[in-house]
Write a protein that binds this ligand. Structure first.
Ligand code: ZN
Length: 197
C-alpha cells in the first residue's frame, strides 16, 4: 500500500505511537501511522488530526481513500510486560537533551558540537557507560578532568545524573513535538526531571 504524502515534506511532525494501555512505544512518520489506520490497528487516538493523507482509488467505491492522522495513536494488541521496565538506551543526543546542553562542571551552555559524554567514574577506572555514570561536559572541562575521579581533581557536579523514564525518553528522542504530545508525555514525567525546569 502506498500513501503519497505531500504534507509530510512541509510538516514533518511525527506521530507518537502508544500501546493500548497508553505506554509510549515509538515516533512514527505520518506515512507509517497511515499504515496502522489502514490495517485497522489503531485502538484510539488523542488530539486533533494534523495531516490528511490521500491514497489510491478504492475499487469498491471509486473514491480516493483519505486518512486523517492524529498526533497520538494507540495500537491494538497485547501489552509487552517487559517494556515498562526497560532502561532507555543512552545516546549523546539524548544525554545532552537530558542535561539541557549545560556542562555539569562549569555550568556553561554549549552547542551540541562542543559537548561531550563525560564519565563521572572514568571507564578506565571501571565506570560504566550508563545514564547514572554519564553527564554532559564541555570539551575543556572534560579535558581538565581527564581520567581522574571527582575527589582527585576537586571538581564538583553542578547537577546530578538520573535515568530518564520511558515518557521522558520519548521527549528526548522527539525531533519536533507538538503541544498535544508534550502535554501527554510531560504528565507522566517525574517531578525531579530537568524537563520541568
Ligand atoms: Zn565546562
Amino acid at each position: 500500500m502506498h500513501y503519497p504524502c505531500r504534507q509530510e515534506a512541509c510538516f514533518p511532525v511525527e506521530v507518537l505511537q502508544l500501546d493500548v494501555s497508553g505506554r509510549p512505544q515509538a515516533w512514527l512518520s505520518p506515512r507509517e501511522a497511515a499504515l496502522l489506520y489502514a490495517s485497522d490497528a489503531v485502538a484510539w487516538t488523542l488530539g486533533e488530526p494534523f495531516a490528511v493523507l490521500r491514497g489510491g482509488i478504492q475499487r469498491r467505491t471509486g473514491l480516493q481513500s483519505r486518512i486523517e492522522v492524529h498526533p497520538i495513536v494507540a495500537v491494538r494488541g497485547a501489552v509487552p510486560s517487559r517494556a515498562w521496565r526497560q532502561v532507555p538506551s543512552l545516546s549523546n543526543a539524548k544525554l545532552f537533551a537530558r542535561d539541557r546542553l549545560i556542562c555539569a562542571y562549569c555550568g556553561g551552555r554549549c552547542a551540541p558540537d562542543d559537548l561531550t559524554r563525560e564519565h563521572i567514574v572514568p571507564t578506565s577506572r571501571g565506570g560504566g557507560d550508563s545514564w547514572m555514570n554519564c553527564i554532559t561536559a564541555c570539551r575543556s572541562c572534560n579535558g581538565r578532568k581527564g581520567s581522574r575521579m571527582l575527589q582527585e581533581c576537586s571538581m564538583e557536579l553542578l547537577y546530578l545524573p538520573y535515568v530518564p523514564s520511558l515518557h521522558e525518553d520519548m521527549i528526548l528522542r522527539g525531533r519536533r513535538i507538538v503541544a498535544d504530545q508534550m502535554e501527554f508525555l510531560l504528565a507522566s514525567v517525574p517531578s525531579h526531571s530537568r524537563l520541568h525546569g
